[in-house]
Design a protein around this ligand. Structure first.
Ligand SMILES: Nc1ncnc2c1ncn2[C@@H]1O[C@H](COP(=O)(O)OP(=O)(O)O)[C@@H](O)[C@H]1O
Ligand SMILES: [Mg+2]
Length: 270
């Protein structure tokens, strides 16, 4: 037996977590991809979901987005939710601003699209067709399309994976700025351990259809990989994922030997 419950979290003082999964099962034929999964996400919490390829991350996200059903268990999600995927999924024949409000029936739709595109730094690309946008710009349009729905839950499925390294860094900053401003709960699927630590309040690891491990990341923001404590978390998460961290080449430090009195240190050259 399964139930999907849509919660109107716009009502004030909503007492429970906007995302609540209990014993959720999703299977394809004999394959149980999600196998009795429990998960709560608090209002405004940023959660990163890690897991091996094929572990069911996208399956879980699609169920949360309402794009797929579950076979049993309970799944409670806010009505106001939006998803961004690895590909921007824009309609090629619609201009950027029209893509942002596609399927939405809201007053002043163009004004809202312009506002959302401005927030993602694309005020100058309102009239552009998707084919004329760079990969990063197209993903920002997809993000604006999510934002304009004022989501209480923002679902992100490897949205930065196809972007070059510099664009990805810019997108990380943008996503944190938008999250702080709009305060949705976020579930970010990523295979990038560093990205998870840089962005999330909590990192969960999916294995065998369940949450195998989770780690609260309480490093102060803005974060960077050189920050104290970052590497220790990284090593731990890589171990949980079954990957040994590559240590930086050991620094060879000569022990300082006491020198006999009246002796001179000799330095060999060449
Ligand atoms: N619609 C579907 N029909 C059959 N099998 C599916 C379907 N969707 C996903 N799967 C299978 O479920 C498993 C998990 O897939 P997925 O959720 O995409 O993994 P991940 O996103 O973690 O890489 C894979 O073995 C995949 O082949
Ligand atoms: Mg996936």
């Amino acid at each position: 037996m399964s139930s999907i419950d849509l919660v109107d979290t716009s009502k004030p003082a909503h007492p429970v977590a906007p995302v609540q999964l209990r014993n959720v099962v999703r299977q394809f034929g004999e394959q149980r991809v999600i196998d009795g999964l429990d998960l709560d996400i608090a209002p405004g919490e940023f959660v990163a979901l890690l897991g091996a390829s094929g572990s069911g991350k996208t399956t879980l996200l699609r169920s949360l987005a309402g794009l797929d059903s579950i076979d049993s268990g309970q799944l409670r999600v806010p009505k106001a939710r939006a998803a961004v995927f690895q590909e921007p999924r824009l309609m090629p024949w619609k201009r950027a601003w029209k893509n942002v409000i596609l399927g939405l029936h809201i007053p002043n739709a163009k004004g809202r699209a312009v506002q959302a595109l401005t927030e993602v730094g694309l005020a100058h690309r309102l009239e552009a067709y998707p084919a004329t946008l760079s990969g990063g710009e197209a993903q920002r349009v997809a993000l604006a399309r999510g934002l304009v729905r004022e989501p209480k839950l923002l679902l992100l499925d490897e949205p930065f994976a196809a972007l070059d390294a510099l664009t990805r860094i810019r997108m990380h900053r943008l996503i944190i700025d938008l999250w702080r401003k709009h305060t949705p709960a976020v579930l970010l699927v990523t295979h990038d351990v560093d990205e998870a630590i840089l962005l999330a309040d909590r990192v969960i690891v999916l294995a065998n259809g369940k949450i195998a491990e989770q780690l609260t990341i309480d490093l102060p923001r803005a974060r960077d990989s050189g920050q104290e404590g970052f590497q220790a978390i990284r090593t731990r998460l890589l171990k949980l994922l079954g990957v040994e961290a590559v240590e930086p080449a050991a620094q060879v430090v000569e022990p300082a030997r006491p020198l006999p009195d009246n002796s001179t240190r000799r330095f060999a050259h060449g």
